[in-house]
Design a protein around this ligand. Structure first.
Ligand code: PEP
Ligand code: MG
Length: 843
């Protein structure tokens, strides 16, 4: 083995690491160690490539000499993580007049000419960035060299070392380009990520016998099922050739001639290589190979491309076959990728009104209101609205807007454009390259090829599985989440050490969450039960009641409805804890704000419009989120909480069965003082005693506090005296800690994150330093007074991996998140356990 500081030959014993030479170089070394037929390859380290980018190119003659006479080489990129990308492969370096003559003698003139033209074209266009149009169409080497000379104003270089130097320099510089940098940073690469390069002797793929190139993988990329999938093109080179119409299937196939028929021995060797890699590299690989007169050469192997669904199936299969552990299977799945398995699909049977089509860039479908900016997506998301982010193309500034949207639609771009890459990472449906649509970003309109015009706020559906964009809300099919997915989640359940509950207000939410299994309901926002049209009228009557008895009458009619709601939830949850939050929002949210609505309400209540308008006016507040809401309403209009408590206790009796008594949890929102809790507690206790006496039944319940104000966190000690549990409502707590409106922050959040004021939107990722400190103080003071107090997070952060980690380290009992976040939360909770096991120092 000859090693020089500038390059390292990839041998079984060479000093080769992913962190210094990149994943491709390391993988090739593994293939060499397995005894697979890999052509001679040398690797350039990150440092060497960095120097080349800065213009310090080493003497390449010794490297070239390694490959011997008449060699052609390829150069491939080798970044630290495969998904950080890298410049494309360049083949046939070393091709010149002399070698062309030699190859013509061995393989025939036409093969030699083809290789030569291919290289001149690649060298001109990809390396020197000359105009591609000049090298289009059929060319002879002589004409190609003439075009080259015209464009480059120099002769086509004949010295292989010069060719190699220029290739290396161009690839090293491409890595430093802004687009490449943005794309890899979107994949989590650090700003200073390095690029390695591998230089490999070409196995030509042209010549006598069965010669050609191909790729193969042993799993179906959509399902992950075992299969032999790939293509082989005779007398061809590189991946590009695989798009050729003459490509053969790999395995004997009714659809046509196959590699298995043409070269059974090579086929056998390929299958054996795939099995060996699976076992020893512990991964399903995609193999790039060349046959030279029937002889197999393995040029490269990468992780086999796969959908999120196939990724889950693959790790579960590998673990079931004992190739990897269950822990490793769990660790290999990025939590956010689960979104792709969970997303809904448009019902293919239902009628569809297609307004345009594009590239199906990320699977799943979603409906929402059109927005033309990330700011608008964030602003509407803060109000709980579903949006579709529509842009010409996206950039890194849009990532937070994409987080806030339900789907992304871009006029430009393709499968690997920024929008596509990010959307897949986030599990968002995405359609790119919808070029028949005209966007007018100023007027905020989207015009179809048929001249239909859509405006911001119009509802559309993006089908990222088919590429269709549909008018309105399309009929959807719920995702299937059984099989390998269910197995993986079950393994996560076995490992995780923090509870995962769901934020669920409706039976539908509970049904969704129960597909994944949950430890309970962590937050039932009861006000959502009052927006039903029938109930809304009763709510309004209650708000407009002038006397206590009028109010009591309205509440009496709401009581059975609430009792029904809670009974249903308790029954569905089958004894698992259900935490019901007492009424939280300001009352005026239930009242109409426009003239038509006020007139309709006046009619319904049989009151003059002026009286209704005046009453609405009197309920208006300057800062409603800091005003008469939550426990403040509970104390000033106590009948509402009385009614809810009664409904909860009566439902408790109705849903309890012999040995399985329901133990409801009642949570008081927006507390800031101990006395608030005492006042509510004494009334709730009184209602409980009354319900028990009236029904001749006993039951227990737990009363707790939602810690959403900084003061509640600071005074958690005394608050815990009357509270069985403290659940941190991190949405409001973030709002109040920062003094930052959760409904308005979207307007400037991008600017703030971009300029590094906030590392991330604190409403998405828990601010572990500030809000986190309040959580820790609250937990410590609460526990000091009541050691057994149950602690949890129930804001949106409950479904965020980093916040789950924080909660786990802080010793919280559970996190509660929205239904579709439950699998992600479980997986990430399990991953933190595994990470702590392997990296104890981190804890
Ligand atoms: C919270 O404030 O964190 C919370 C969960 O309650 P809501 O979002 O309903 O205000
Ligand atoms: Mg809140």
């Amino acid at each position: 083995m000859k090693n020089r500081p500038d390059y390292t030959l990839i041998t079984a014993t060479a000093d080769m690491h992913t962190a210094t030479h990149g994943n491709r170089a390391k993988c090739l070394q593994r293939l060499v160690r397995l005894g697979l037929p890999v052509p001679l390859t040398a690797a350039l380290s990150f440092d060497a490539v960095r120097q080349i980018a800065q213009g310090v190119v080493p003497d390449l003659a010794p490297l070239w000499a390694e490959f011997g006479p008449h060699a052609l080489v390829s150069v491939r990129s080798s970044s630290q993580a495969a998904d950080w990308g890298g410049p494309g492969t360049v083949l046939n370096i070393g091709m010149n007049d002399e070698l062309a003559e030699h190859l013509a003698k061995v393989h025939g003139r036409s093969a030699a000419d083809q290789l030569y033209v291919n290289f001149i074209r690649a060298y001109a266009v990809d390396v020197l960035r000359l105009d591609a149009d000049e090298f289009e169409g059929p060319l002879t080497p002589r004409i190609a060299k003439e075009h080259f000379e015209d464009e480059a104003e120099e002769a086509f270089p004949q010295d292989p070392a010069v060719q190699l130097r220029e290739v290396l320099r161009s690839m090293a510089r491409a890595w430093e380009g802004t687009t490449a940098r943005l794309l890899r940073q979107a994949q989590g690469a650090p700003a200073d990520a390095g690029l390695g390069l591998v230089v490999q002797r070409m196995a030509l793929g042209v010549g006598e016998g069965v010669s050609g190139s191909g790729i193969v993988q042993m799993i179906d990329p959509d399902t992950g099922d075992a299969d032999v999938i790939g293509r082989f093109v005779p007398q061809a080179q590189g991946r590009v050739a695989l798009r050729d119409d003459d490509a053969l299937y790999i395995r004997s196939d009714a659809r046509g001639h196959s590699l298995q028929d043409a070269a059974p021995e090579a086929y056998h060797d390929l299958i054996a290589a795939g099995a060996l890699m699976r076992e020893k590299l512990r991964e399903e690989m995609q193999i790039e190979f060349t046959l030279m007169n029937g002889q197999l050469n393995i040029l490269d192997a990468v992780r086999a491309p796969r959908s999120a669904r196939a990724a889950v199936a693959t790790v579960v299969n590998l673990a079931n076959d004992g190739v990897i552990s269950r822990g490793e299977a769990l660790s290999r799945i990025p939590p956010f990728s689960l979104g792709q398995l969970l997303h809904r699909q448009v019902d293919a049977e239902a009628p569809r009104d297609v307004l345009g089509r594009g590239i199906a860039a990320a699977p799943g479908a979603a409906t929402g209101k059109i927005v033309f900016s990330s700011t608008a997506a964030q602003a509407l998301a803060a109000q709980g609205e579903a949006t579709i982010l529509v842009k010409r193309e996206t950039s890194s500034e849009d990532v937070r807007g994409m987080h806030a949207a339900q789907a992304v639609l871009t006029e430009r771009g393709g499968m690997t454009s920024h929008a596509a890459v990010i959307a897949r990472g986030l599990g968002l449906p995405c359609v790119t390259g919808a070029s028949s649509l005209q966007l007018d970003m100023r007027k905020k309109t989207l015009t179809t090829a048929g001249r239909r015009v859509f405006h911001e706020g119009d509802v559309i559906t993006v089908d990222g599985s088919s590429g269709d964009i549909l008018v309105g809300a399309a009929k959807m099919i719920e995702p299937a989440v059984g099989g390998a997915f269910a197995t993986l989640i079950q393994w996560a359940d076995e490992i995780r050490d923090i509870g995962i509950r769901v934020n669920a207000d409706t039976v539908e939410d509970v049904e969704t969450a129960q597909q994944f299994g949950v430890d309970g309901i962590g937050l039932c926002r009861t006000e959502h039960m009052f927006f039903d049209p029938n109930r809304l009228t009763l709510m309004r009557e209650m708000i407009f009641a002038e006397t206590e008895s009028d109010r009591a009458a309205a509440l009496d009619r709401l009581l059975p409805m609430q009792r029904g709601d809670f009974t249903e939830l308790f029954k569905r949850m089958q004894g698992k804890p259900v935490c019901i939050r007492l009424f939280d929002p300001p009352l005026h949210e239930f009242l109409p704000s426009d003239r038509d609505g006020i007139r309709a309400l006046a009619e319904a209540l049989d009151l003059p419009v002026s009286r209704v308008a005046a009453r609405i006016e009197s309920l208006q507040e300057y800062n409603p989120m800091l005003g008469m809401r939550g426990v403040r309403l509970g104390i000033t209009v106590p009948e509402i909480y009385d009614m809810q408590a009664r409904a909860i206790f009566e439902a408790t009796i109705a849903a309890s069965e012999g040995k399985n008594p329901v133990v409801p949890e009642i949570m008081i929102p927006l507390v800031s003082a101990k006395r608030e809790v005492e006042l509510v507690k004494s009334r709730v206790d009184a209602v409980a005693a009354a319900v028990a006496a009236q029904n001749g039944k006993s039951f227990t319940y737990r009363l707790g506090v939602m810690v959403e104000t900084p003061r509640a966190a600071l005074r958690a000690g005394e608050i815990a005296e009357s509270s069985s549990f403290l659940s941190f409502g991190t949405n409001d707590l973030t709002q109040m800690t920062y003094g930052l409106s959760r409904d308005d922050a979207g307007r400037f959040m991008s600017a703030y994150v971009q300029q590094g004021v906030f590392v991330e939107d604190p409403f998405t990722r828990l601010d572990t330093e500030g809000v986190g400190e309040l959580l820790l103080i609250g937990a410590e003071r609460g526990r000091a007074v009541r050691p057994e107090v149950t602690l949890s997070i129930c804001g949106e952060h409950g479904g965020d991996p980093d916040s789950i980690r924080f909660s786990r380290i802080a010793g919280f009992d559970y996190v509660s998140c929205s239904p579709f976040r439950v699998p992600l939360a479980k997986l990430s909770a399990a991953q933190w356990v595994l990470e702590d096991e392997t990296l104890p120092a981190k804890r």
